[in-house]
Design a protein around this ligand. Sequence first.
Ligand code: EPU
Length: 435
Amino acid sequence: MKHTDTLIIEGGKKLSGSIVVRGAKNAVTKIMVATLLSEQPSTIANVPDIEDVRVVSEMIREVGGEVEKLKDGVIKITPASLHQPNTLALHKIAGTSRIPILFAGPLLHRLGEAKLPTLGGCKIGPRPVDFHLKSLQSMGAEVEENKKALIITTQGLTGAKIELTYPSVGATEQVLLSSVLAKGVTELRNAAVEPEIIDLICVLQKMGAIIEVGTNRVITVQGVEKLHGFEHNVLTDRIEVASWACVAAATDGKIFIKGAQQEPMMTFLNTFRRVGGEFAVKDDGIEFWRGRPLTSITLETDVHPGFMTDWQQPFVVLLTQAEGSSTIHETVYEERFGFTDALNKMGARIQLYQECLGGTHCRFENSNHLHSAIINGPTKLQGAEIDVPDLRAGFSYVVAALVAQGKTTINGIKTIERGYEKFEEKLRAIGTVII
Ligand code: EPU
């Protein structure tokens, strides 16, 4: 009997059709937190129907905000009066999410204190929050940590000069959400400048903030006294677009993705074309297919404008279908290749290495982490039974199942639903045989 957390796919078919991709999980969830910086209501559009949006909605309710669905894809958040969350309840709601730490800034400004659970997130490495806490401390917050909770207090946050040792997405968002209402100027050096962060900055600017994104990863925030509500249409999820593009090329099909935007995906598009993928950019989306027999590549993941670490997993599956030896050097997370064991079980030939392969040296050099991969292709994949370890790896298993001959049973698809809207429906729309 089919379990609701299991998907059984009959692979080996060329998949073609049209699907819609909506707002980015990693932008919408932070924009939802930004609403708490004002007492006024805000409206967010192009919101995907995914588990992480439901989780953040619950977290916002836990601190006293109201979240209302106005219509499909549009939510209104009213954070008129806030209170401290029950950390246990918040921890339960948050589950594996890393969003709770970003409630620090809004709660500190509104209440002078933030009681937050210690953090989760996909199991793709240690994922510490030291940059977040250090940044808050430099802005005048005091941090106390016990086994169950983080207790952060302040007499009032003040602007500071902060330099990140690595351009962390979350820590940059932390500084933005904490500095917009701080007294004085905050200068953040070595900031992350991912398109999702720029989308958050656009929202904060709509709310009344003054933020300059300078050259060389320097972001300067001039604190203001008050922020107001906003209306915003979230940018498209470029991770989801890349995932479906890999499905098109890996199965030798053709998929039109309505909503896909070219500019935030330039690096992906170049890499996709280099290995033999092809695409056509239209006014309302991008169409992807295999332009020629796939060939190998050497690439490394990096912060924006580099090749995203979240594009890596479906791309690995694509490269199992490419002629030659491909090398991928993962420089963002130290343990993001564990998922390849299951692909090898399906017939892939992927070897992992501790060395920084491919030319550059990253901070994981000599650290015993298997953070480089060589993928030998093309290999025929065979159906198997596999368990989803994390969100992006989970989708890559779907891509592998679609390419494989025979049936693949994927257990743990609820993890994929955290970040891929209606993905089973989309699979059917492009002709997947789901048993
Ligand atoms: N890091 C630290 N200390 C910190 C924060 C980060 O050492 O205080 C390290 C991390 O361990 C990692 C690196 O810095 O090695 C980058 O982490 P970053 O803070 O940039 O990642 P994040 O904010 O936790 C977001 C996305 C991830 C995405 C990364 C990189 C969200 C909710 N998550 O994570 O997305 O991979 O940026 O772009 O926005 C996903 O969507 O599946 C996902 C994992």
